[in-house]
Design a binder for this molecule. Structure first.
Ligand SMILES: N[C@@H](CCC(=O)N[C@@H](CS)C(=O)NCC(=O)O)C(=O)O
Length: 207
């Protein structure tokens, strides 16, 4: 097995979290290199695109969160083998990433500019993506997003929805998901109660 080292912020969210969860669920050993936001300026100098997450595979540094999540998802058995189910899994992941990019445009803004940008997101793009995700969930059986089992698409949506609900995103109403796509909150609860996921977060609380 290759030596894996994931570098990402020391948070329970963001683009690095689905890969961490996938490796934990799959019992894949990896070095979980976490760093504080204050250290990002220094850390990014050592990454190819000045961005995180990165994954080192036997010392080779790889970028792009969804490529990383897909790779470790395959190692963990959390990525569909069937080509069509893999398409459905990828579609959901790419949709969430599009929404992440839209949200990302508001990071770094402050004051009225932040309020305006976030309010516009909460009134337009976010409900569009959330409603679409809910429809995908329903169309694929209601419980999981692809392959009738937990895949990395579920982990990506779980992390995204939890972030929206968290209250850490100023001007994004914490009940937005409940208002526009309540089945995603039911999905979130199912994910959180999945034994390997619950155990993963319990480990941090115990530390
Ligand atoms: N397409 C990249 C985007 C990575 C990205 O934007 N990461 C953020 C943190 S979540 C970052 O490093 N932002 C700093 C920047 O882009 O300058 C991926 O999916 O990994």
């Amino acid at each position: 097995m290759s030596q894996l080292k994931l570098t990402y912020f020391d948070i329970h969210g963001g683009r690095g979290e689905p890969a961490r969860l996938a490796m934990h669920i799959g019992g894949i050993a990896f070095e979980d290199h976490r760093f504080a936001f204050a250290d990002f300026a220094e850390v990014r100098k050592s990454t190819p695109l000045n961005q995180v997450p990165t994954l080192q595979v036997d010392g080779v540094q790889v970028t792009q969160s969804d490529a990383i999540t897909r790779y470790v998802g395959k190692l963990a058995g959390l990525y569909p083998v069937d080509a069509y189910q893999a398409l459905l899994c990828d579609e959901v992941m790419d949709g969430v990433e599009d929404a992440n990019v839209k949200l990302g445009t508001s990071f770094g803004l402050t004051g009225d500019a932040l309020k305006e940008a976030r309010t516009a997101l909460a009134n337009g793009p976010l409900p569009l993506y959330l409603g679409w995700l809910q429809k995908q969930l329903q169309a694929h059986g209601g419980e999981y997003f692809a392959d009738n089992r937990l895949t990395i698409a579920d982990l990506k949506v779980f992390v995204f929805v939890r972030g929206l609900n968290s209250g850490r995103l100023d001007h994004i109403p914490t009940d937005l998901v409940e208002q526009v796509a309540p089945l995603l909150n039911a999905h979130l609860q199912r994910m959180a109660q999945t034994p390997a996921v619950a155990q993963y977060y319990a480990k941090f609380e115990a530390e």
